[in-house]
Design a protein around this ligand. Structure first.
Ligand SMILES: Cc1cc2nc3c(=O)[nH]c(=O)nc-3n(C[C@H](O)[C@H](O)[C@H](O)COP(=O)(O)OP(=O)(O)OC[C@H]3O[C@@H](n4cnc5c(N)ncnc54)[C@H](O)[C@@H]3O)c2cc1C
Length: 377
């Protein structure tokens, strides 16, 4: 039986274990964290990500976690409503083949699908993997592997070990997401977009509410050092509405927040010998593009297909896999650069232009155009 050692139990790693396990691979997943992560932020799966979720058989379980449509209210800095996009409009724009879930629920769904078929080791990582087939783990085990999959995220340790340093492009932005208390009687997303920043509160009921912050920051590493409470307080402390409550909530559990710089990963190749990178470790497109989780699912699914087609010729399988997937990644990375204007518009004029586009979506004639454009991307 062929064996794959997979580094990282995020969306990419678990999906790879699921897909390869179905084709009879023996899979070992090592995860540095001591236990599974929960919560997180809202992830939309559409296009190739949705198709891959369907092929991986995840849709019925994901349906149980689906967040469903919700109203979006754009607000002024003091929290007053500026304009409202009804839930039905957002739903129509995204189309039918889409599902929105919390990232933690996507990972749980993958975990449940894979847990009985893979050797999943928490609190463990790879300590050495050379040209030969042996992989040394931090729990002292040495495994013989036909494939080593680095699915260890944007801050991957596998990537520099195999390809050297310098493939992560840090962008001048900081992003945070964390759970907040359910407060609004209505299922809604309240979003403030101002020059250089976005703050959103998504309130879909108890245990289903989170805050999202993104802002332009010339010294993002310094912001990380200050920590989310201080950094977000400085960047968003002037806002009204539900933001002060959200920041107070953060203060009670800052460790539970996702808080990171925004980085893309750009590599000329995603594999070397029998080591392959997959997901954010290989091609992080950033939150500004969305689609990172979708690409991780699609990447895992297509990797399985390529390996099945090429039998024991792993090199040929990896080459074919990369050729097929790279155009979608390049497109999403370009989309991320446009997304920055949306999440952190450079000027008030750009904010006004964004509002205008949202208003346009509410017009019946434009709605169909938007849906068709979303289907094409
Ligand atoms: C706010 C936000 C919103 C987003 N919205 C969307 C969206 O709407 N749609 C979408 O498709 N995508 C979205 N994304 C992107 C998506 O969440 C990511 O692209 C995706 O989760 C990446 O999965 P991954 O498994 O590659 O990496 P990760 O989720 O980072 O997982 C990597 C795993 O590897 C582990 N690890 C790290 N280093 C090691 C090591 N040395 N040894 C062992 N284990 C290790 C980590 O602990 C982690 O569990 C969003 C991202 C953010 C931040």
């Amino acid at each position: 039986m062929r064996r794959a050692v997979i580094v990282g139990a995020g969306v990419a790693g678990l999906a790879t274990a699921l897909r390869l396990g179905r084709d009879g691979w023996d899979t070992v997943v090592v995860e540095r964290a001591p236990a599974r992560r929960t919560g997180g932020y809202v992830v939309n799966l559409l296009g190739p990500g949705y198709d891959a979720a369907e092929r991986l058989g995840l849709l019925p379980a994901l349906a149980a976690h689906a967040l469903g449509p919700f109203t979006t209210v754009l607000v002024h800095a003091d929290g007053r409503a500026k304009l409202t996009v009804p839930a039905a409009l957002a739903e129509a724009a995204l189309g039918e083949r889409t599902v929105s879930v919390f990232r933690g629920d996507l990972e749980s769904t993958l975990y449940e699908a894979v847990r009985d078929h893979t050797d999943l080791r928490f609190g463990t990582t790879v300590t050495a993997a050379g040209e030969g087939p042996d992989v040394l783990l931090s729990d002292g085990t040495t495994l013989t592997a036909d494939l080593l999959v680095g699915a260890d995220g944007v801050h991957s340790a596998t990537r520099p070990a195999v390809f050297g340093d310098g493939h992560r492009v840090d962008l001048p932005y900081v992003v945070a997401a964390f759970p907040v208390a359910h407060a609004s009687p209505e299922r809604s997303a309240t979003t403030f977009i101002g020059p250089g920043r976005t703050a959103a509160l998504i309130d879909l009921g108890p245990g289903r509410s989170c805050a999202f912050f993104a802002y332009r920051c010339e010294t993002p590493l310094e912001a990380l050092c200050r920590g989310p409470v201080e950094a977000l307080g400085a960047a968003f402390g002037d806002l009204g509405g539900g933001i002060p409550d959200a920041l107070r909530h953060l203060g009670r559990d800052p460790g539970g927040a996702y808080f990171d710089t925004v980085s893309q990963v750009v590599l000329p190749r995603w594999s070397s010998g029998r080591t392959v990178l997959l997901g954010d470790a290989a091609w992080c497109v950033t939150v500004f593009a969305g689609h990172g989780a979708g690409l991780a699912l699609a990447g895992a699914d297509r990797l399985g297909t390529a390996l099945r087609e090429h039998g024991t010729d792993v090199t040929a399988a990896l080459a074919q896999w990369e050729t097929g997937l790279r155009p979608a990644v390049v497109r999403r990375q370009a989309q991320a650069r446009r997304g920055m204007l949306q999440y952190a518009p450079p000027t008030r004029f750009h904010v006004w232009l964004g509002d205008l586009m949202v208003r346009a979506v509410t017009l019946p004639g434009v709605r169909g155009l938007v849906r068709r454009a979303a289907a094409r991307t």
